[in-house]
Design a protein around this ligand. Structure first.
Ligand code: F6P
Length: 321
């Protein structure tokens, strides 16, 4: 019996991360090679509700692997979490008869994939978030690039701060996960990395310890959502007679060309996606643990991670004296 040609749908959802396009290109290439038809849903889950599907043609994807953002666009789709929107999405999916829906995104997106799975849709999840906060995988697409972007900007700003012996506070993204803050702090040799709410007085004590040891231009990395870094900057200026400047790095961390680590990971994820598809092994999210590629049951992947313990260890041993 001749098996029908497979037809899959891919969507990117939630905060975009550099590497999403590299994954789309890699999966499109492998689909072409394996005679699988590939379709994209525009704006993530919103495309399922609006029936906004586009044919993906590998030959039209020149250089997209080098671009940040997502050629399929993204959204945080509230409607999909509501009964009516979810029902509409299911209706459209059932009509379109895809063999599998590939959901590329972070925590919220993989939860969406899990809900689709429970409604009878074949799904595969791909970890893509700069926050690196998915507990089942050591690495998410976009995290390495985000850290690289943050370090690159901090290095530049630090040079200017050093010229004036100014202190410098940089706020990085990560939502509730400290991975970006810690990795960025380690690589940029920060004097402090603040990953939880602390009193300004305690920060001052640590800054004073550093300046007493000869640090002229203290660098403090702060994880987002903790406090107002401008207020901290003013407070330290008043208390130390040293000038301080603060910078929120923001979306600069999310965009730009993916790092080689993310480009390579996108390809590894695409290779495993095809293997998984060909085995009809659905209801899983792919990732990497201890250097090996893994496919983990979606029911086990929804736990959020706060921080990678090795990073905390390295920061404490390398940056504190
Ligand atoms: O989840 C990725 C992320 O960039 C977080 O680090 C940040 O808190 C959030 O998204 C910003 O969300 P938005 O794109 O909705 O402003």
């Amino acid at each position: 019996m001749i098996e029908n040609k497979k037809r899959i749908l891919v969507l990117t959802s939630g905060g975009d991360s550099s590497g999403m396009n590299a994954y789309i290109k890699a999966i499109a290439k492998l689909c072409k090679k394996n005679d699988i038809e590939i379709v994209g849903s525009m704006y993530g889950f919103a495309g399922l509700i609006k029936n906004d599907f586009v044919e993906l043609d590998y030959n039209q994807m020149r250089q997209v692997q080098n671009m940040g953002g997502s050629i399929l666009k993204s959204s945080r789709c509230k409607e999909f979490q509501e009964e009516e929107g979810f029902k509409k999405a299911l209706e459209n999916l059932n009509k379109a008869k895809f063999d599998c829906v590939i959901v590329v995104g972070g925590n919220g997106s993989l939860r969406g994939a899990y809900d689709l799975m429970n409604a009878g849709i074949n799904v595969i999840g791909i970890p893509a978030t700069i926050d690196n906060d998915l507990s089942y995988t050591d690495l998410s697409l976009g995290y390495d690039t985000a850290c690289q972007n943050a370090v690159c900007d901090i290095v530049k700003i630090k040079q200017s701060m050093s010229a004036f012996d100014r202190g410098f506070i940089a706020e990085v993204m990560g939502r509730h996960c400290s991975d970006i803050a810690l990795k960025t702090a380690i690589i940029s040799n920060a004097d402090m990395c603040i990953t939880e709410k602390v009193e300004f007085e305690d920060i001052l004590k640590k800054v004073n310890q550093k300046t007493e040891k000869g640090v002229k231009s203290p660098l403090i990395i702060v994880q987002e959502n903790l406090f107002n870094i401008e207020e901290l900057s003013k407070y330290l200026e008043e208390q130390t007679q040293r000038e301080y400047r603060s910078v929120k790095l923001g979306y600069i961390q999310r965009g730009g060309e993916p790092s080689n680590v993310d480009k390579m990971y996108a390809i590894e994820l695409a290779v495993l996606t095809i293997e998984t598809l060909l085995k009809n092994d659905y209801g899983v999210a792919l990732g990497k643990r201890n250097g090996s590629m893994i496919a983990e049951k979606l029911s086990n992947v929804l736990k959020q991670k706060m921080t990678q313990s090795e990073l905390k260890y390295i920061f404490e041993h390398y940056c504190f004296d």
